[in-house]
Design a protein around this ligand. Sequence first.
Ligand code: SPV
Ligand code: MG
Length: 291
Amino acid sequence: MKKTWMLRQLIQSKKMAFIMEAHNGLSAKIVQESGFKGIWASGLSMSAAMGVRDNNEASWTQVMDVLEFMSDATSIPILLDGDTGYGNFNNARRLVKKLEQRQIAGVCIEDKMFPKTNSFINAESQPLADIDEFCGKIKSMKDAQMDEDFVVVARVEAFITGRGQEEAFKRAEHYRQSGADAILIHSKRSDISEIESFMKEWGDRLPIVVVPTTYYKTPTSRLQELGVSLVIWANHNLRASIEAMQRISSQILQDANLLRVEGSVAPLEEVFRLQDAEELKLAEQRYLPFL
Ligand code: SPV
Ligand code: MG
């Protein structure tokens, strides 16, 4: 089954779906094994894992290299957080071409300016993209895709930057008319009032994607009632790994031995299993002479 088709089904199905953040080949594989049907290649998480900021400090080809490992390690679809498309329409349409070559199922672009800043940092002072310019970008991406099922999600940052419902709705509607396959409506509030008012007005014009990082206390059943199509758990593997690595590193430093940590980390056998070391053993028996 094509990954693009699988992502399209997740977004278009009546049943609300969930995708989970990954930021490298290993975390992508773990997301798949845990049972998720799709992966969010988070810009925040990939940049943090590379040791840089979520401000397009990593080049788009460096992001592409990470994606290639994630895609090779998995068979479920990946939705890339493509930030602003890394430039103007021309950069964004070339991005689509290169993503398709690596079997990435879709990309989400946000209506901010390059270089972007994470939505939870100085949100109110972040400039938004010009609507017509952003619409041209969406059109160029849809025109560039070779696979009809490749998904382009347009992300509306109006609420994030302190603008209201009217601006959010106007932008979403323009992006819909420009050919976006879904709208990601983002909010930094700890309640879902913005998402709620948007959904009530939006109806079922186009599938809606949300990222409940800050309004996680809202039961997900409420999002389903409102008609949300796709929920992104955006950064929790990264945050889990930070906490685990900080704990283990300081404990080993303090103890100068491994006695207290050995039982609380994954056994080496688990690392080898995740790398599929067994397959290489079998291949060697088949292909290497004199074994
Ligand atoms: C990301 O995961 O990088 C996102 C979601 O874009 S957020 O961090 O909420 O902006
Ligand atoms: Mg991001």
